[in-house]
Write a protein that binds this ligand. Structure first.
Ligand code: NAP
Length: 257
């Protein structure tokens, strides 16, 4: 395999588009998600269109030990991961104390623990080779208080903070790490998180455009990449002047719309 990307959350949404963009450059892929049939369909589509090597691994990354299993499977096959796209993740609507705690714990295991573990395992190999690119799918949620989707926002705050620190540690190593921070994107995310029909996703960005911009930001080795201008303005220019209580009230209203 050559110029290979291991991509989690490849079966739909942003991940599926990232996979196609990567393949369009003649680069190979290892696609990871739980829904095998969707992975097989994407594999066939990409091989036919782009003639690259595409491998699939069905894995539930919220299960304890699954990231190590994934790393072991990949290395046992002798596949070198040059790009790591830590993209799998999900959210969940509702007041924290009213939510099923196990669902939130599962969210932390996927959005935080799997990302942390895979970055550590594959990042070490990249650093030893002096070359590699890591993309962490975070969110604009990572900069905000998140009432009524509290745990999800907190998982993305972890990803933003971890990426900022790691990017500094990796300076001069040949390895870069980028956090993609989109606002609402039209994918299966809203349905899975319990936001079906929510006004929050009116005018959501397309998965393709988000993935395209994220791929370019990764190639350039940007650390934090907010993929829509209006959210970059909100987060970088307006928010520093707003009291957190007001930001929280606005987010609470949006989550319930
Ligand atoms: N859509 C948005 O508004 C938005 C905004 C900001 C950030 N994001 C982030 O973007 C990333 C991609 O989400 P998306 O919007 O593209 O949503 P999506 O269409 O729901 O895609 C989520 C992907 O994650 C995979 N996944 C979910 N649970 C998994 C598990 N336990 N193990 C392995 N894979 C799992 C899903 O595949 P299977 O179900 O087949 O496992 C799917 O491929 C997420 O990290 C999300 O938090 C989304």
């Amino acid at each position: 395999m050559k110029n290979t990307a291991l991509l989690t959350g490849a079966s739909s949404g942003i991940g599926k588009e990232l996979a196609k963009i990567h393949a369009s450059k003649g680069r190979d892929l290892i696609l990871v998600a739980r829904r095998l049939e969707l992975l097989q369909q994407l594999q066939a589509e990409i091989i036919e269109k782009y003639k690259v090597q595409v491998e699939i691994i069905q894995k539930d990354l919220s299960v304890v030990g699954s990231s190590q299993e994934l790393y072991d499977e990949v290395t046992a096959k002798g596949w070198q991961v040059d790009y790591l796209f830590n993209n799998a993740g999900f959210g969940g609507k509702g007041a924290f104390l009213d939510r099923d705690l196990e669902a939130d714990v599962e969210m932390v295991r996927l959005n935080v623990m799997a990302l942390l573990k895979l970055t550590h395992l594959f990042g070490k190999d990249m650093k030893a080779r002096g070359k590699g690119k890591i993309l962490q799918t975070a969110s604009t949620a990572g900069f905000l208080p998140g009432p009524y989707q509290n745990t999800y926002f907190a998982t993305k705050a972890f990803v933003v903070s971890h990426t900022q620190g790691l990017a500094h540690e990796l300076k001069g190593t040949g390895v870069t790490v980028t956090a993609l921070c989109p606002g609402p994107v039209a994918t299966e995310f809203a349905q899975v998180a319990g936001f079906g029909g929510s006004k929050m996703f009116d005018g959501a960005a397309s998965a393709y455009k988000t993935a395209f911009k994220a791929y370019n930001a990764t190639e350039k080795g940007k650390t934090i990449f907010i993929s829509e201008l209006q959210y970059a303005f909100l987060i970088k220019i307006l928010m520093p002047f707003m009291p957190t209580s007001i930001t929280a009230a606005i987010i609470a209203k949006m989550q319930q719309s």
